[in-house]
Design a protein around this ligand. Structure first.
Ligand SMILES: [Zn+2]
Length: 104
């Protein structure tokens, strides 16, 4: 069960990300460019920090994630790393598809 502190942090983080997403989608170009300059480096830094926690150890295992079976360290790439990779590559593929659709 999440603690009240976690709930507050989680809500704050999700609210911030929702604001960023809303502005990126609906703000004018100048605001969106400013948003990208301000927020993108922070988001990339946060993602890099998270991914560092999931880099394989000397045995090719994630030092953070555990398997359900015997609670062993999960093989890498772990689910967290794969989720980040999929989100980024799918977003890139989706953007490329949209650009191809709008120009062709
Ligand atoms: Zn992991």
């Amino acid at each position: 069960m999440p603690t009240p502190v976690f709930k507050q942090l989680d809500r704050s983080l999700h609210d911030h990300l929702a604001d960023v997403m809303r502005l990126a989608s609906y703000a004018d170009d100048r605001t969106a460019a400013g948003l990208a300059r301000d927020e993108l480096p922070r988001i990339v830094t946060a993602l890099e920090a998270l991914l560092r926690e999931h880099r394989p150890d000397d045995h090719g295992r994630c030092p953070t994630c555990r398997t359900r079976w015997l609670s062993r360290r999960a093989p890498t790439p772990c689910r967290a790393y794969l989720a980040a990779h999929l989100c980024l590559t799918l977003a890139t593929a989706e953007r490329a598809r949209r650009n191809a659709t709008s120009t062709g």
